[in-house]
Design a protein around this ligand. Structure first.
Ligand code: GAR
Length: 203
């Protein structure tokens, strides 16, 4: 059984897609063991609790320094002994200590076709604002391994989504979620649980 920890910051629709995929057996042989948010008001925490999944908040605001927050996050992850960590809309930079401890065991969903519209400053709605400002006609989403950089790790899956005339950032964000993110993220976890994508040291 693949033990999965999910890190979230907001609404948690990607977490919802993972929970649904486990419930409907599209993801088999995996269990979401803990959900951690940096934001106490994240609706994602409620989604987790409603599914009987342990949910906790570790807010940087509760710690005197960033280092202490990073240590607390690392401890909370180690404590639940995950095989896989999924960043599902986690808008905090993952410290090197966590990347090293869980080498090739952390994956992220990003709302664009990497290497477009990614890296520092590109997160959430800002990605879709930039896509519309640039006028590209196709965008999408990417699932990738997390390394020490921002959105630089090895790509696992991508799916393209059309940009439509008259799109607002919010409309485009919803389409990218529905047509790409909520599909490729559960699929990637399912493949990892089936051993079709290798994780961990030596990958
Ligand atoms: C999603 O669109 C996700 O791809 C994005 O934040 C949103 C979270 O939504 N992540 C990033 O931008 C990471 N750089 P959700 O909380 O409803 O899943």
């Amino acid at each position: 059984m693949l033990r999965v920890a999910v890190l979230v910051s907001g609404g948690g629709t990607n977490l919802g897609a993972l929970l649904d995929a486990v419930d409907s057996h599209r993801i088999e042989n995996a269990k979401i063991v803990r959900v951690i948010s940096n934001n106490p008001n994240a609706y994602a925490l409620t989604r987790a609790k409603d599914h009987g999944v342990e949910a906790l908040c570790i807010s940087p605001k509760s710690f005197e320094t960033r280092e202490l927050f990073n240590e607390a996050l690392l401890s909370a992850l180690k404590e639940c002994n995950p095989d896989l960590i999924v960043l599902a809309g986690f808008l905090v930079n993952i410290p090197e200590s966590i990347v090293k401890t869980f080498k090739n065991r952390i994956i992220n969903i990003h709302p664009s076709l990497i290497p477009s519209f990614c890296g520092k400053g590109y997160y959430g709605l800002k990605v879709h604002e930039a896509v519309l400002a640039r006028g590209v006609k196709v965008t999408g989403a990417t699932v990738h391994f997390v390394d020490e950089g921002i959105d630089t790790g090895r790509i696992i899956a991508q799916k393209a989504v059309e940009v439509m005339p008259g799109d607002t950032p919010e409309v485009l964000q919803k389409r990218v979620m529905e047509q790409a993110e909520w599909i490729i993220l559960p699929e990637a976890v399912a493949k990892i649980a089936r051993g079709e994508i290798s994780i961990g040291e030596g990958v």
